[in-house]
Design a protein around this ligand. Structure first.
Ligand code: AHG
Ligand code: MN
Ligand code: MN
Length: 341
């Protein structure tokens, strides 16, 4: 059988595995109604910061940058040194380019106003996701969401520029620092994945036009909290076991999501007694992955509504998250609906 290395995207355009990220971004620029190149540059800035964080992550064990930083973030979570380093690297990269006017970061209490009133974009970021896995050499990630500001460029940024529902994202993605490093992103025209070739310092298209399996047989949830779940969640997980599904839970959302996106599966972070609204953050964790899921033909809900339609009320707002293969999420929702999450 002849292998066709060219995969058409939703617009019917063909591009090949092995295309560099830079060339790919350039070829896609005309997809945007306001194609002035700024969003393309912003994606390149993120890719550059990802390469730097990848380097730091790879040498963490040697460079004395593992372990705790000695402070807690606004959510009372202990910051790891790499959390702080990744936060600095991404903020620096996003500040330099001139496209961004404001940043929301997991590691910063307040919105970072870059005082760049001509910047058209707002970025929400989890610079290092899965930080409890840093010191034990297990996959970690970065998650980002990009919005266009609502108020006109030239004026100071307002909270309405930052507090937009996920449906308004113009781009979103994640970097997975795993057995290989990958950048996966969408601009609303499908999902594409790029693998980092460190000796060349380039990301290359490796997973064009990712389509999530409609059904799957993997469930991902922290079962240690089982006694804190409501009955709907308990019953659904029992169903997963009755069906003989495999349990897979890394504890790095990016890694769990990525595996389920490619193989088919469901990830659930439900409300618990400790975290009645779930643990994950709407602005810089759930929204980006929900946008990617939707673009890949998967689903994301908080149990009551589509994640992308939630209007944020606070910067570090948490949300329950049920995300993954369409059929699995639909079945889970039937169970959860009874319990009114
Ligand atoms: P972060 O490291 O950015 O704070 O995120 C950790 C999150 C997420 O990555 C992961 O899925 C979840 O926390 C794990 O939480 P539990 O340990 O409660 O399962
Ligand atoms: Mn996280
Ligand atoms: Mn984090």
């Amino acid at each position: 059988m002849k292998i066709n290395p060219y995969q058409p995207d939703q617009s019917g355009m063909a591009y090949s595995v092995g295309t560099t990220l830079d060339r790919f971004i350039k070829s896609k620029q005309s997809d945007f109604p306001f194609a002035s190149g700024e969003l393309s540059q912003l994606l390149r800035d993120i890719a550059l910061a990802a390469k730097i964080v990848n380097r730091e992550t790879n040498r963490a064990g040697l460079a004395n940058i593992g372990g705790a930083f000695g402070q807690t973030n606004v959510q009372g979570e202990e910051q790891q040194k790499l959390d702080v380093i990744a936060n600095i690297r991404f903020i620096r990269a996003l500040s330099k380019g001139g496209e961004v006017c404001a940043i929301v970061s997991e590691e910063e209490d307040a919105v970072i106003d870059l005082h760049n009133t001509s910047g058209k974009y707002v970025v929400a970021i989890d610079p290092l996701d899965g930080s409890s896995n840093i010191d034990v050499n297990i996959s970690i990630g970065t998650i980002f969401s990009i919005y266009r500001r609502i108020t006109p460029a030239g004026s100071p940024i307002q909270m309405e520029d930052v507090m937009q529902p996920g449906s308004k994202q113009v781009a979103a993605g994640y970097v997975l620092y795993g057995s290989s490093t990958m950048l996966v992103y969408t601009t609303g025209f499908g999902v594409n994945g790029f693998t980092y070739e460190s000796s060349l310092g380039e990301f290359f298209l490796s997973h064009p036009n990712i389509q999530a399996p409609k059904d799957g047989d993997i469930y991902s949830i922290n079962e240690g909290s089982e006694f804190e779940w409501n009955k709907g969640v308990q019953d659904y997980i029992r169903l997963c076991k009755e069906k003989g599904y495999s349990a897979r839970y890394i504890g790095s959302l990016v890694a769990d999501f990525h595996r389920n996106l490619l193989k088919g599966g469901i990830y659930i972070y439900p409300p618990t007694q400790k975290n009645p609204n779930g643990k994950l953050r709407l602005l810089y964790e759930a929204n980006a992955l929900a946008f990617l899921a939707e673009q890949a033909g998967a689903l994301a809900t908080d149990g009551k509504q589509n994640i992308l339609s939630i209007l944020p009320e606070s910067l570090h707002q948490r949300t329950p998250l049920i995300i993954g293969s369409e059929k699995m999420v639909q079945t889970a929702m039937k169970y959860f609906a009874e319990e009114k999450l």
